[in-house]
Design a protein around this ligand. Structure first.
Ligand code: GLU
Length: 531
């Protein structure tokens, strides 16, 4: 067996024993939880920990989704924790937006700032005491220390390192302060941070996706800050403390955090806590392999929803371009994603997102929604509102927007439209407003125009099953043509299309007629005859 295969096998075995074996023992929580096992049946608790530095993006939704799927797959809990410890980068409204989006996407958290839960608060800025106490514990154990280095000293050492061609890193100078020196500086009110002592040596940990890892973080960086001068924790401390106190069993997060994990493992050790199981998700990239930037503002979830995309289409496209499932195919529902998911199937390959395929994913999910009678009713209301907004005064009184009419339009256009917004485009304006009769164009086609229109009206009067299929309607139209006019069938279709929609192109005439319905078809054709 080749080394990669061995390593994967090892990982699978390692994983099975950890995930399906007995759940790790009791962890004292903020919330006084007895144990992870008692909190949920399976003991699986995962969290999505976004920083509210911007609105939720497709990359963030994907991380949340994998966590949600993992939780549901294992009968566990999905937690939303807002990581707002970097106060300088907060964007007003972002935290609310994140939770709104998760609800809209159909992957609501079980515990969150809005939902509450037994391990709250779920916003890190409301847990500051906990981090301070934790940092003090580390200081007492000599695993952390006060650092009084001024920004200008740090800058100078950094410049010096760069000049010497070395990677700049903190020189750990304050590690060596005596208790007396520390005392004096604290009494003088000198600003300070607390740093974690990164002892040298290799740290090994296992990742469900990346396999065994060995890292020597002290070799790469100086002792990291865990409490900043403003009294807020840094991400590293807050994340370890919260994952422990929230009884998180598995950490599924972006691969950019893999290198920080060794540092986190050292912190767990310093506290004397068991680390959770880690699974780092491979990168989500554009299809050309470039970085999916948070500044690609069109990737914000709210923009997708405003542009008529369904949450299911987004969940489907971000999972289809990646791994973790028994094969990939478009059109999967969330339920199917949960049932087909297996964390051991996640590979380290980056997921390449072809966003141009989103309309096609949306078409498939929209079709499914239209087929389902209860979601169809929601779409009807949505479409009614959209049409009213776009066509406002142009709408005729009465019939055009009644529920049955809108529903019929949806049923006949399903599979052809990629979004409800398609139906607002000029090509479909005929559905909502009667176009003027293009008399000249019709007369250029045939002199039998009025006769053809009367034939079709009488067809409706005599045909009991006007709700037939396009094929049935086509065959009725063809037999009319053969019996009553010398105009060619294709010309007759052009004429009817012009009479009904004022357009030369569009859906098939039969589909157009079925969408409009008998009453509207007859009234439109009648206008041709009267003049
Ligand atoms: N706050 C981090 C982020 O914004 C979360 C990382 C983690 O999940 O540990 O990505």
């Amino acid at each position: 067996m080749w080394p990669g295969g061995l390593c994967r096998l090892w990982r699978l075995l390692g994983y099975r024993s950890r995930v399906f074996g007995p759940v790790a023992s009791c962890r004292p929580g903020l919330c006084g939880l007895a144990s992870r096992g008692e909190e949920t049946g399976s003991g699986v608790r995962v969290r999505f920990g976004p920083s509210p530095t911007g609105f939720l993006h497709l990359g963030g939704l994907r991380t949340a989704l994998y966590n949600y799927i993992f939780a549901k797959k294992h009968g566990g809990q999905f937690i939303l924790r807002i990581e707002d410890t970097d106060q300088s980068r907060l964007v007003p409204g972002a935290a609310e937006n994140i939770e709104d989006v998760l609800e809209w996407a159909g992957i609501p958290p079980d515990e969150s700032p809005r939902q509450g839960g037994s391990c709250g608060p779920y916003q890190q800025s409301e847990r500051l005491d906990l981090y301070l106490k934790a940092a003090e514990t580390l200081v007492k154990r000599n695993a952390a220390y006060y650092c009084f280095c001024t920004p200008s000293r740090l800058e100078t050492t950094e410049e010096e390192a760069l000049r010497m061609g070395r990677t700049p890193k903190y020189d750990n100078r304050c590690r060596h302060l005596t208790s007396k020196q520390i005392e004096e500086r604290l009494v003088q009110g000198c600003p300070y941070v607390i740093r974690f002592r990164l002892d040298e040596g290799t740290v090994s940990f296992e990742d469900l996706v990346y396999g065994p890892n060995r890292m020597d973080p002290a070799n790469v960086e100086g002792d990291p800050v865990i409490i900043k001068t403003d009294g807020f924790p840094t991400y590293h401390l807050a994340n370890v403390v919260d994952d422990h106190h929230m009884n998180i069993s598995h950490v599924l997060r972006g691969t950019e955090w893999l290198t920080s994990t060794a540092k986190h493992v050292l912190m767990y050790r310093a506290f004397g806590w068991d680390p959770p199981v880690f699974a780092h998700l491979p990168l989500l990239l554009n299809k050309d392999g470039s970085k999916l930037s948070k500044r690609q503002s069109d990737l914000f979830i709210q923009n997708f929803s405003q542009n008529g995309y369904l949450p299911e289409a987004l969940l489907d496209i971000v999972t289809n371009c990646g791994s973790g499932f028994s094969g990939n195919r478009p059109g999967r529902t969330l339920e199917e994603l949960v049932s087909e998911f297996d964390v051991t199937r996640i590979t380290t390959h980056s997921a390449l997102l072809d966003i141009d395929k989103l309309p096609e994913f949306n078409r498939i999910h929209l079709f499914r929604h239209i087929e389902d009678s209860s979601s169809r009713q929601q779409l009807v209301t949505e479409l009614q509102n959209l049409v009213e907004k776009v066509y406002k005064e142009k709408l005729p009184e009465g019939e055009a927007l009644c529920k049955d009419y809108v529903e019929r339009v949806l049923v006949h256009r399903k599979g052809h439209i990629t979004s409800l917004l398609d139906l607002l485009k000029p090509a479909y304006s005929y559905l909502w407003i009667r176009p003027p009769v293009p008399r000249e164009q019709m007369e250029d086609l045939t002199t039998d125009g009025e006769k053809i229109c009367s034939m079709v009206i009488s067809l409706y009067q005599n045909w009991p099953d006007v709700n037939g299929t396009p094929a049935e309607l086509n065959s009725e139209l063809r037999s009319l043509q053969m019996q009553f006019t010398t105009t060619k069938y294709s010309v007759m279709m052009k004429l009817l299309r012009l009479a009904l929609s004022g357009q030369q192109q569009g859906p098939s005439v039969a589909e157009m007629m079925l969408s409009l319905g008998p009453k509207e078809v007859c009234e439109r054709l009648q206008r041709v005859i009267i003049h």
